[in-house]
Design a protein around this ligand. Structure first.
Ligand code: G6P
Length: 612
C-alpha cells in the first residue's frame, strides 16, 4: 500500500520520480505527489492517479536533482489534495513520504500541538515530519540523528524518505515492516518501495531490513545504521528484472498480458527444478529441510486473497499425495487467535508480493513458537522471503495487474512440485504414480496454452452475462478453490457480487438465489465427481438458472444441459485447477472491460497490502 520513490544525483529528478510512481501505482492510486528541491522546496500533490498529477504540474517549476514522490492508498484521512504526500514540516524545510501507519500518532500529535505545531492534514505522516523537525530544533541534531530519534518514539509500520532544504544532496530513508529498496547508480541513488522504478538505471540494490536507516548523499555515498545507531554494512545485490516485464507489450491491460503469459511463467517456475526424462524434482529449500517436513505433525498454510486459494488446493494435494495433515489459515485470523504451534509444525506462507502485513506477522508468530517457516513468494528479496528459514520463488516475473493471475498458477506449479517431491521421498505414492504425475506436470504448460485459445468464445459469453448483479461459482474437490478464485476475480475487477461454493453446498442456501437472471458458473472438469456435478447442473436448470459450464473437450452430457460450455484440455485431476482457472480469469477480464472498469486498478484495492 502506497508507493514511494526518491532520487538524488546529477539528473533531473522529476522524470525519474514520475516514471517510478507509474511503476508503483499498483500499490495505491487514490492520490499522488512530488517534492523537488532546487533552492526552494516545491511540493505538488493531487487527488487521483499519477496521470492527474502529471496534468496538474504542467507549466510548473519541476527543476531539481533531488526529489521524492508518493502514490497513495489512504489509511488515515480521506483521499484528497491535502492528505496526499509529501507532507512538510512547520518551517517547510523538511518533506516526507511514507508507506505504512504510525499507530501512536494521536499522542504524538497532542504533544506537538502543545508545543505550538499546526497541522494541515488528517494524516499520521504529517505528525511524523513535525516530530522530526521538533527533535532537530530542540537538540540541534543532524537530519539523520533527528530521523533516528523520532523513529525511536514511533509505534507502527513505515517506509519513509525525508528530504531537507538545508541538506540539498541528501535523503534519509528508514524501514520497519514496509518495504524499501536502495538503488546504487553512478554518483546517484534511488529509493523505492520495490525495485521496478530502479531497474532502468542500475541493477545494484540494497534491500533495507526492519529498523534500518539509510542515508544517501552525493558526497558520502550510502551509509546504513540501525535504530540503535550501530553501523550496518550494506549487502549489495544484483537484480534481474527486464524492462519489457514492466510494460504492457501491446495488450490493453497488464492483467490480460499476465493471463496470456501463464504458459511461459509455469515453465519458468519449473525450469531447472523438474526433469521428466530423468524423473526428478528438486526444490533446494524443500531438500534442505526434508527431514523436518517428513516428521512434521502438520503443515499449516498462511495466506490472504488469491494466495489463500492456492493454499486450499495445496491442502487437497498434500493430504492426498504425501499424507501429511494440512491446515489452511487466513493469516489475519491465525495471528490473533493464539494458535497451538510447536517445533513439529511447518508453517508455509504463500504470498505473491512477499509483503502482506498479516502473512508476515503470522510467520513471525510461527517463528517465535519454533515452527519451521517456509515462504512461497514471487517478489525476489521481499520481506517474507527474507524472514523465512527457507523458501521457493515462483519466478512469474513482476505481476502488475491488481487481480492476481499468473502468480496464482505459479504458486500452484510450485506447490505441485513440492507435494510430489515430498510424496516421492516419503513413499506415499508409487514410483509409477510419481512418474505419471511428473510427466503430466512437465507438459501442463502446453495445455494451459491450449486453454487460452478459448478467449474469443469466453468474450462472447461475457457479453451475455455482463449486466448481471450476482453470480455463483460452483466446483468440487480440487476445483472448489477454483470456484472461490473465479468469484473473487469477478467481484474485484467488475464489481459484480459473486460467491464461490462447493457444488453440493449450493443446496444449503445459495440455491434460494437462483432464478433466470443468475449466471451459475460450474467447473465440471473433475472426472471423479462428474456424475455428481451433472446432478448439480440439473438442479440449477430445474430452477431456471443460466449455466456456464467449464468442461473437458468432447464433453456431451453437460453440453446438452448447460446454456454455454467452455471446453478445456483434459489433465490429471490434481492439475485441473491450472487449466480450469484460465477461462474464469478471461471471463472476469472481459466482463470488467465491457462494464467500463479499470481492470488493472480496481477501486479501493491495492496489490500489496502492507497494513492490517
Ligand atoms: C491483495 C491483492 C490480491 C492478493 C492478496 C494477497 O488483496 O489484491 O491479488 O491475492 O493481496 O497478496 P499476496 O501478495 O500476499 O499474495
Amino acid at each position: 500500500m502506497c508507493g514511494i520513490v526518491g532520487y538524488v544525483g546529477k539528473k533531473e529528478a522529476y522524470p525519474i520520480i514520475i516514471k517510478g510512481l507509474q511503476r508503483l501505482e499498483y500499490r495505491g492510486y487514490d492520490s499522488a505527489g512530488v517534492a523537488l528541491l532546487n533552492g526552494s522546496l516545491n511540493v505538488y500533490k493531487k487527488k487521483g492517479k499519477v496521470s492527474d498529477l502529471i496534468d496538474y504540474v504542467e507549466g510548473k517549476c519541476l527543476d531539481g536533482n533531488i526529489g521524492i514522490g508518493h502514490t497513495r492508498w489512504a489509511t488515515h484521512g480521506a483521499p484528497n489534495d491535502i492528505n496526499s504526500h509529501p507532507h512538510v514540516s512547520s518551517s517547510k524545510n523538511l518533506a516526507i513520504i511514507h508507506n505504512g501507519i504510525i499507530e501512536n500518532y494521536a499522542s504524538i500529535k497532542s504533544w506537538l500541538l502543545s508545543k505550538g505545531h499546526e497541522f494541515e492534514s488528517d494524516t499520521d505522516t504529517e505528525v511524523l515530519i513535525h516530530l522530526i523537525e521538533e527533535i532537530q530544533n530542540e537538540g540541534n541534531f543532524s537530519l539523520d540523528e533527528a530521523v533516528r530519534l523520532a523513529l525511536t518514539k514511533v509505534v507502527g509500520a513505515y517506509a519513509i524518505v525525508v528530504m531537507d532544504k538545508n541538506n540539498p544532496e541528501k535523503l534519509v530513508a528508514a524501514r520497519k515492516a514496509s518495504p524499501l529498496v536502495v538503488g546504487i547508480g553512478n554518483d546517484e541513488f534511488f529509493l523505492a518501495s520495490d525495485a521496478t522504478p530502479i531497474v532502468e538505471y542500475t541493477n545494484k540494490v540494497v534491500y533495507l531490513n526492519d529498523n534500518e536507516i539509510a542515508v544517501v548523499s552525493l558526497g558520502e555515498g550510502l551509509k546504513i545504521m540501525d535504530i540503535d545507531k550501530d553501523v550496518v554494512t550494506p549487502f549489495i545485490q544484483e537484480i534481474d528484472i527486464k524492462i519489457e516485464m514492466l510494460e504492457k507489450g501491446g495488450y490493453d491491460y497488464f492483467m490480460l498480458k499476465e493471463i496470456f503469459e501463464q504458459d511461459s511463467t509455469i515453465e519458468d517456475c519449473m525450469r531447472g527444478r523438474l526433469n521428466v526424462d530423468e524423473g526428478w524434482i528438486k526444490l533446494s529449500g524443500v531438500r534442505e529441510y526434508m527431514n523436518r517436513i517428513l516428521k512434521a505433525n502438520r503443515i499449516i498454510f498462511v495466506a490472504c486473497g488469491t494466495s489463500w486459494h492456492s493454499a486450499l488446493i495445496a491442502e487437497y494435494l498434500i493430504e492426498e499425495l504425501a499424507r501429511i495433515p494440512v491446515e489452511v489459515e487466513y493469516a489475519s485470523e491465525f495471528r490473533y487467535r493464539n494458535p497451538i504451534l510447536s517445533e513439529n509444525d511447518v508453517v508455509i506462507a504463500i504470498s505473491q508480493s512477499g509483503e502482506t502485513a498479516d502473512t508476515l506477522a503470522a510467520l513471525e508468530l510461527a517463528k517465535e513458537r519454533g515452527a519451521l517457516i517456509y515462504g512461497i513468494c514471487n517478489v525476489v528479496g521481499s520481506s517474507i522471503a527474507r524472514l523465512t528459514d527457507a523458501g521457493s520463488y515462483i519466478h512469474a516475473g513482476p505481476e502488475i495487474g491488481v487481480a492476481s493471475t499468473k502468480a496464482f498458477t505459479g504458486q500452484l506449479t510450485l506447490l505441485y512440485m513440492m507435494a510430489l517431491m515430498i510424496a516421492n521421498e516419503k513413499g506415499t505414492i508409487s514410483r509409477g504414480k510419481f512418474r505419471e504425475l511428473l510427466t503430466e506436470l512437465g507438459q501442463i504448460s502446453s495445455k494451459v496454452k491450449k486453454a487460452l485459445a478459448c478467449e474469443k468464445h469466453v468474450a462472447y459469453i461475457a457479453e451475455e452475462i455482463k449486466d448481471s448483479q450476482n453470480a455463483l461459482y460452483l466446483g468440487r474437490g480440487y476445483n472448489f478453490p477454483v470456484a472461490l478464485e473465479g468469484a473473487l476475480k469477478l467481484k474485484e475487477i467488475s464489481y459484480i457480487h459473486a460467491e464461490g461454493y462447493p457444488a453440493a453446498e449450493m443446496k444449503h442456501g445459495p440455491i434460494a438465489l437462483i432464478d433466470e437472471n443468475m449466471p451459475i458458473i460450474v467447473i465440471a472438469t473433475n472426472k471423479s465427481a462428474y456424475e455428481k456435478i451433472v446432478s448439480n447442473v440439473q438442479e440449477v436448470k430445474a430452477r431456471k438458472g443460466k449455466v456456464i459450464a467449464i468442461v473437458i473437450e468432447g464433453d456431451e452430457e453437460i453440453k446438452a444441459l448447460a446454456d454455454f460450455t467452455i471446453e478445456v484440455p483434459s489433465t490429471l485431476e490434481p492439475f485441473s485447477p491450472l487449466i480450469s482457472v484460465i477461462p474464469l480469469q478471461l471471463l472476469s477480464y472481459h466482463i470488467a472491460v465491457m462494464r467500463g472498469c479499470n481492470v488493472d486498478q480496481p477501486r479501493n484495492l491495492a496489490k500489496s497490502v502492507t497494513v492490517e
